[in-house]
Structures are given as structure tokens and as C-alpha cells.
Design a protein. Structure first.
Length: 92
């Protein structure tokens, strides 16, 4: 993605990342486009000071597609894998 594509995607609320999903591209309250490592909050500008060169290769920026709700999916799997203890076949 080039600078214009990245900024446009961020502006419409898409989830833009650099290198992996741990690095999130976002816009702050001052209008600056930033790359933040989510785990520790370390942040760098999207571009160098001139604003014409990305701080990363264009090929390393991507839009993350929304996933299904993981908690819902895990809950569904957990219910499917739990043996039915209410059957009358056991002791009791």
C-alpha cells in the first residue's frame, strides 16, 4: 500500500497494519498518522519528517479483515466438545 492508500483506509475506519497485526496504523487527535506497537505502545510516524517516505516498505502494509467474534466461536466449540452428562445412561 502506498501513503495515500494507507491514509484513505485509516480515514474510513479500516484496520491497517504494518508487518503484522501487532503494529497498528492510526490517526491521532492532531491528525498525525502513526504506527503503534500495540503491546507496549511504542509509536513512530507513518512517514519520515518530509512526509514523502514511509517508515516501512509499501508491501508490508495491509488491511486486516474483520474476524468472527472469537469468544462466540470458542463458546460454540466448547459446547460441542462437552460430553452430555444429563443422559440417564450413567450412575446416579
Amino acid at each position: 500500500m502506498n501513503i495515500a492508500e494507507i491514509k484513505a483506509a485509516v480515514d474510513v475506519g479500516k484496520s491497517v497494519h504494518w508487518a503484522n497485526e501487532g503494529y497498528r496504523v492510526h490517526r491521532d487527535d492532531l491528525g498525525q498518522y502513526l504506527i503503534t506497537f500495540v503491546r507496549n505502545g511504542s509509536t513512530i510516524g507513518l512517514t519520515d519528517r518530509s512526509g514523502r517516505r514511509l517508515n516501512g516498505a509499501e508491501a508490508d502494509f495491509f488491511i486486516s479483515e474483520p474476524r468472527q467474534d472469537v469468544a462466540t466461536e470458542q463458546g460454540r466449540d466448547a459446547h460441542m466438545g462437552t460430553p452430555d452428562t444429563r443422559s440417564g445412561a450413567g450412575p446416579g
